[in-house]
Design a protein around this ligand. Structure first.
Ligand code: ADE
Length: 236
């Protein structure tokens, strides 16, 4: 499952340049008995299978040894993943992601092994693998040297708490739709100002919840207030 995303573009280059190491561990290697069993029926009955404690403990203890590496369980019950959490994860030299599967995992793993639980959204995936890939992608692109220029992260949506401004490339006129003239002006200060305004406007229109925590100047707070008042007046 992990082959595709890790063998492409930015992540692939980061691995090749030794900026990150990603190790995959198969729980089955620590499975029990000849059949390398990793799951069993839930005590108390009910549908589905539950991942057993033993293979998870032995796999993870083998990886981490005595170190206190964070052990993160991917589960729809975890705290919600976002850009801030991605940045937080970059502060660890190493972390372990557990991809849950089936109906769940034995609660004792959660209680005595796991140090953090993360969800990538309020929906249920078949397993934690896709969530792990999402998290790894978001974390790796933050690491120094991974992207071509630091600029590319700075202006990303969410990097500064706002959505990114609209982008245009050639041609200047496409089916009669023009590129905003300010972007062709060569005036860098005006361009930066336009982009910042567009970022705020776009965030206001699509994700007003983000503006509550965004770092806005006095002038920008006033702009936000004007936008809100105009919207309220419109709705009356
Ligand atoms: N495993 C199943 N669903 C998940 C989700 N939404 N986030 C993280 N891991 C999951």
């Amino acid at each position: 499952m992990f082959g595709g995303p890790f063998d492409e573009s930015i992540i692939k280059r980061a691995i090749e340049n030794d900026l990150v190491q990603i190790a995959l561990h198969n729980l089955r290697d620590q499975g029990i008995g000849k059949h390398r069993v990793v799951d069993d029926y839930p005590h108390g009955g009910g549908a589905g299978m539950v991942l057993m404690a033993e293979p998870l403990f032995s796999t993870i203890e083998k990886i981490k040894g005595d170190s206190d590496v964070p052990v993160i369980l991917l589960t729809p019950q975890g705290r919600l993943f976002n850009q801030k959490v991605a940045e937080e994860l970059t502060s660890h030299d190493r972390f372990i992601l557990i991809c849950g599967h089936y109906e769940g995992i034995d609660e004792r793993v959660r209680e005595h092994l796991v140090t953090d639980e993360i969800s990538i959204g309020d929906y249920v995936l078949t397993g934690g693998e896709l969530a792990a890939m999402v998290i790894i992608d978001a974390v790796v692109r933050q690491l120094p040297g991974v992207l071509g220029s630091d600029e590319s992260i700075k202006d990303d949506s969410h990097a500064n708490g706002l959505l990114e401004y609209p982008q245009y490339t050639r041609p200047q006129s496409f089916r009669g739709w023009e590129v905003p003239p300010v972007l062709l002006s060569g005036n860098h200060a005006e361009i930066a100002k336009w982009r910042r305004e567009q970022s705020i406007l776009r965030t206001f229109q699509r994700r007003p919840d983000l503006l509550e925590n965004a770092d806005l100047s006095e002038e920008e707070l006033a702009m936000n207030k004007t936008l809100r008042e105009a919207k309220d007046a419109n709705e009356k």
